[in-house]
Design a protein around this ligand. Structure first.
Ligand code: GLV
Ligand code: MN
Ligand code: MN
Ligand code: MN
Length: 390
């Protein structure tokens, strides 16, 4: 089922995917979703924040549905599974339920959330944050991409009404329970020798932008003593982030840097660096960022923060039993963020199913899942949905 998507946004040089929200690749993926929903006779809806819904049955606030799905956008140079596996598995699980002759007592929905990765505008889980009111729409709409286009600009260009974005209680009221299937982004299931696991918690995590300002000048004619080169404090900050992360027992990453103006023969005037920090203990993550902010000669701005998510224990255990077959599926904590975590934070009963990834690598073209494990994931998801929509 991933095959028809294999060419969309693929960089032939690396095999990686570039599927920024609202890009032509994303619009093509949305068309694919609409086609899959229509082919199954599902009622297709796009909400005010660009999230897509395909409904089997007619949900209402008095009869909210059991919803499953994930996202179709990607990190830059990402793999084929992070996101799309959850969406195709949602359709496949629905097919399986129909093949079993199930008549669900409540509507079943397939969801595709917009801009989960935040690759373009910097804030992850944009669609679910807007839907739940966890992100101010004015702020979201004014976020800029690398070309200086705002979210409002690109939504308008895609024929959407950006000023309708924001908390959407009508759509939220249709979601009784949300289950997201996702490729595992680590090696716990390989170690456990199990194809499928269940999420226990998502680590608290955030993104911060560090702006190091200096003075642009000529690379050949400016004496070393006369330079104000922001690349130096930036380099110190990267090393300090690594040391402080080890000291505080968390992880910290600088994965994106913008150097302005970006000439090989000029001292830069500005270096902007994005810090991603995560860990099991929120205080330790906060302490790392505070220490780094105090040390770095930079203007620091928090771009996003996601508190710890402890998935509902009763739902989690029920899922682990249903998904695991004879032995309950292992329950895993993860350092990766997901729309299911945002919905859980907003009070929607939510849970996640993970599918083994033999490489353990993610946010990279090396991400992988075996066909047999994907099928085990779909079967587990179908069993969970069948149990939840009785
Ligand atoms: C999204 O996948 C994230 O956790 O960064
Ligand atoms: Mn991801
Ligand atoms: Mn994902
Ligand atoms: Mn994610």
């Amino acid at each position: 089922m991933l095959e028809p998507l294999a060419h969309v946004g693929r960089d032939p040089a690396t095999g990686g995917y570039v599927r920024d929200a609202w890009s032509s690749a994303d619009l093509e993926l949305r068309e694919w979703f609409a086609g899959e929903a229509r082919r199954r006779g599902l009622a297709l809806r796009e909400d005010r924040n660009g999230n897509l819904w395909g409904w089997w049955g007619d949900p209402s606030p008095r009869r909210p549905g059991v919803v499953t799905g994930s996202h179709l956008d990607s990190v830059r140079q990402g793999g084929a599974y992070d996101g799309p596996l959850g969406v195709v598995s949602a359709f496949a699980a629905l097919d399986l339920l129909r093949a079993r002759g199930l008549t669900p007592a409540v509507p079943v929905g397939v969801a595709c959330f917009t801009d989960e990765e935040g690759a373009r505008f910097g804030v992850p889980c944009m669609g679910s944050r807007l839907l739940t009111g966890l992100l101010d729409p004015e702020r979201a709409l004014s976020l800029k991409d690398d070309d200086g286009d705002t979210l409002a600009d690109v939504m308008t260009r895609a024929g959407r009404e950006p000023h309708a974005a924001g908390r959407d209680d009508e759509t939220l009221a249709m979601i009784g329970t949300f289950v997201e299937l996702h490729v595992e982004q680590g090696r716990a299931l390989v170690t456990e020798g199990r194809p499928v696991g269940v999420a226990g918690a998502i680590w608290p995590h955030g993104r911060w932008r560090f702006d190091f300002r200096g003075r642009a000048d000529h690379a050949g004619t400016t004496r070393l003593a006369d330079r104000d080169d922001p690349m130096l404090p930036f380099a110190r900050m990267v090393l300090a982030a690594r040391e402080l992360a080890a000291r505080h027992g968390v992880v910290a990453t600088v994965g994106k840097v913008r150097v302005s103006p970006g000439n090989a023969n000029a001292i830069p005037g500005l270096v902007s660096a994005w810090l991603d920090a995560r860990g099991a203990d929120e205080r330790a993550v906060r302490a790392l960022v505070a220490d780094l902010t105090a040390e770095a000669a930079a203007d620091v701005r928090e771009e996003s923060w996601t508190p710890v998510v402890d998935f509902d224990a009763a739902l989690r255990d029920r899922l682990a039993r249903t998904a695991g077959g004879d032995t309950p599926a292992p329950i895993l904590a993860t350092g990766a963020g997901h729309d299911a975590g945002i919905l859980a934070t907003a009070g929607v009963p939510s849970a996640m199913v993970f599918v083994r990834n033999p490489t353990g690598v993610s946010h990279s073209p090396d991400e992988y899942a075996e066909q047999a494990d994907c099928e085990a994931g779909v079967e587990a998801l179908a069993n969970v949905l069948e149990d939840l929509c009785r």
